[in-house]
Each structure stands twice: as C-alpha cells, then as structure tokens.
Design a protein around this ligand. Structure first.
Ligand SMILES: Cc1ncc(COP(=O)(O)O)c(C=O)c1O
Length: 388
C-alpha cells in the first residue's frame, strides 16, 4: 500500500507562485525582478565581523534567546525611538522574521481565534494562522493608494479577534502606514483587547517619509509583538537573522516554542549582525541613497513604458498598474513577459489575496533592489513590450 506522507494540515498549501516564477525565470533566462532580495552584497564590515567571529571560535550553540551582543545592540537601538525592551527577558532572536512570525502566532493563537490581516497579504501569515486553528480575517487596502477604510477595519473586529498583523512598510504595496492610520488601529486594539503583531522587516528602507512602529503609540507596547529582521536592512537575506521584541509573558511563550523548533540561531552570524546594528546609523545613509537612485531610475522608466507606477514609500518593491498596456490579467501578463522575447520576471499581485476572484488583477510587482547593471538590462528588455 502506498503511503500518504502529507499530513492533512499541510495539504491546502500548494507550492507558492514565487517558486513557480523563480523556476520559469531560470528556464527562460529572464532578468529576475520577481525575487524579493538584492543581487548585490551587504556591508563589508558586517561580513568581516561574522568571519572574525568564526575565526575566533564562536562556533557553538548560541543561547536560546540569542547572543547577548545582538540583544543588547537591539535594546540600545529601540531606546532611540523611546521603546524600552529588556535584552534578557523581552528580546529574542529567530531564524528570520518568518520563524519569529511562526513563533508569535503559535504562541498566542488558540483554535477559533480570529486574526486580522491586511490584504494584499504577505504569503506566510494565513497558513501559519490556519495551522494553529485560527481564522484569518482579511481587510483590504484599496488601490490605487492602498489605504484601508476605517469602517471596514472596524467591522472586521469582533469579540473573537485575538490579534491584528501590521506589516509596515508594506509588501507588496510599498506603502508606509501613517501615524493617523496606526492610531486608528491602536484604538481598535484597545477597544477589543487584542494583540498587535508587527512585521517591520523593511523598517529602515523608507524614502521621503518616516516609519513608525505601532508599539511606540501610547498603550501599545504592552500589547505588541514587534517582529523584524536584519535580512533586508543589511541586504543579507541569506543569513536569516530575525528578532522579536515583546512583553515578558509573550517572550516566554515564544521561547517555549523556539526551544523545540530550532533552539538556537547561528552564533557567528548573530555576532556579525550585532556589529551591524551597533553601526547602523553610519551604514544606513549610503544604503538608502543607493536604493533611492534605483527606485527613481526604475519608476521613471516604467512610467515611460506606459506602466502606471505607485512610487514606493518603502521596501524593495514597485507596484505597477498594467491596464494601459494590456487586456490580460496580471498572472497571464507575467507569464507573457517571462515566456516572450521580453524575458523579464515579475510577481502578479493577485496572488497576495485570499479570494483571487475579487482581487485586483491589474498590478504586478517589480523588485528594484538589484545592481544598476541588472536594472538597466531588464529595462532594456522591457522595451520589447511595445512589440507584444
Ligand atoms: C513582509 C515580509 N516579512 C517577512 C519576510 C521574511 O523575512 P526573513 O527573511 O527574515 O524571514 C519578508 C521577505 O521577503 C517580507 O517581505
């Protein structure tokens, strides 16, 4: 008799569109603007610190909570925005923000709990909520500006609401939530006594605006789990060093899970990132300047080609409206760009929606965190759109 290896809880989750597009892009030798990671390298000083840690023998298990150096560096960093987290009892290191999110949701969600997510939704949240017996409740961000309607958000809250996930700067819309929006969310969290889980992995990658963590709003630090990562900040996505800052009881719950899913995270890489966080104020300006140049170059040229572009306020991504260029929906258009002479890979935005029937089908996502040579090559190939 053949075995069915896949447990029932995993069967609804097909391999993601990201994997499919990655494969197609490779097969068709595309310039890949789909992947959400840089094709350039992170700061030398951070890499050198990790190499030195290996040479100096920091090669055994780190403490479950993370190395004291990185937790202390994070505590100092958050003090600058008036958030006081104790390095020992409130800051924990995980294998990326992805694992931190898994730990946070698993720590707090009981079967039947509802968790509000903004849509378009980063792909990991809903499966994790559901695997814990929770129910994702989507609230749409409305194009073209990708703002939420307060009335719609309010009606998503109920006595069963356990938490709301706030991803700002937001992937894929690249919007940065305003103080006003965060205050509205805060008021609802207080009224319905629920938890805020943030995903702030792009916290430092903001352009011409300011990133605000909802934890810094009055009454919120005691009901917020901040999740972030060094991946995007330092263009070192392969290191997978993420972290969570949370009240003591939430931290205890997350660490209880962490001891069984990983126990510890790479010691030398944590030490490298600790050095990066200590020096972030000197490293960041040049990195942001470089990203801003790439953002402007790509936005301008996409507009010239006939895309309607939402100028990103943060993140690595540009959302482009394809309606003026094609009658195809986003998924068919993305396939066409990959398989035609254009040979450029992007991500269709409708895949970030739970109900794909009613999702907007006129947006595709470009990642601009690429070498200038990659961007120029891709933009040159995109000129062939005119011949499609
Ligand atoms: C919104 C968002 N959250 C989390 C992650 C994953 O972060 P990490 O690599 O630290 O797990 C990403 C990566 O693309 C992301 O875009």
């Amino acid at each position: 008799m053949s075995l069915n290896w896949m447990a029932e809880k995993l069967r609804p989750y097909e391999p993601s569109i990201f994997a499919t597009i990655g494969r197609l892009a490779l097969e068709n030798k595309c310039v890949n603007f789909g992947q959400g990671f840089p094709d350039f390298d992170g700061p030398r000083m951070v890499k050198d610190a990790a190499c030195a840690a290996i040479s100096e023998g920091h090669n055994q298990y780190a403490p479950l909570a993370g190395t004291p150096q990185i937790r202390q560096a994070l505590a100092e960093k958050y003090k600058q925005i008036n958030l006081d987290y104790d390095a020992d009892s409130q800051i924990s290191i995980f294998n990326g923000a992805t694992q931190a999110m898994y730990a946070a949701l698993t720590a707090i969600v009981n079967p039947g709990d509802e968790v509000i997510v903004f849509e378009p939704t980063y792909d990991t949240y809903n499966p994790i909520i559901e695997m814990n017996g929770g129910i994702p409740v989507p609230v749409r961000l409305h194009p073209p500006s990708f703002h939420f309607e307060l009335q719609e958000l309010r009606s998503a809250f109920s006595p069963r609401t356990r938490a709301i996930i706030i991803n700002t700067p937001h992937n894929p819309s690249s919007r940065v939530f305003t103080q006003h929006e965060l205050s509205d969310i805060r008021d609802l969290c207080l009224e319905f006594n629920c938890i805020a889980i943030t995903d702030e992995v792009y916290e430092y990658l903001v352009f011409h605006t300011e990133h605000i963590s909802i934890a810094s709003l009055e009454g919120m630090s005691e009901r917020t789990i901040i999740i972030s990562s060094s991946a995007k900040t330092f263009a070192l996505t392969g290191w997978k060093i993420g972290y969570a800052l949370a009240p003591v009881a939430a931290t205890e719950a997350m660490r209880r899970l962490h001891q069984y899913i990983a126990f510890a995270v790479s010691t030398p890489l944590q030490l490298g990132i600790a050095r990066g966080i200590e020096r972030i104020d000197t490293l960041l300006p040049a990195m942001i300047q470089r990203l801003k140049r790439k953002r402007t170059l790509m936005c301008n040229q996409l507009e010239e080609l006939g895309f309607n572009v939402l100028r990103p306020q943060g993140t690595f991504f540009i959302l482009a409206d394809i309606s003026k260029l094609t009658k195809l929906d986003d998924i068919s258009f993305v396939r066409k760009l990959i398989e035609s002479e254009v040979r450029v890979a992007t991500i269709p935005v409708s895949v970030f929606y739970r109900d794909t029937q009613t999702a907007p089908k006129n947006y595709i996502r470009f990642c601009f965190a690429k070498k200038t040579s990659t961007i120029e090559k891709g933009l040159q190939q995109l000129q062939k759109i005119k011949d499609l």
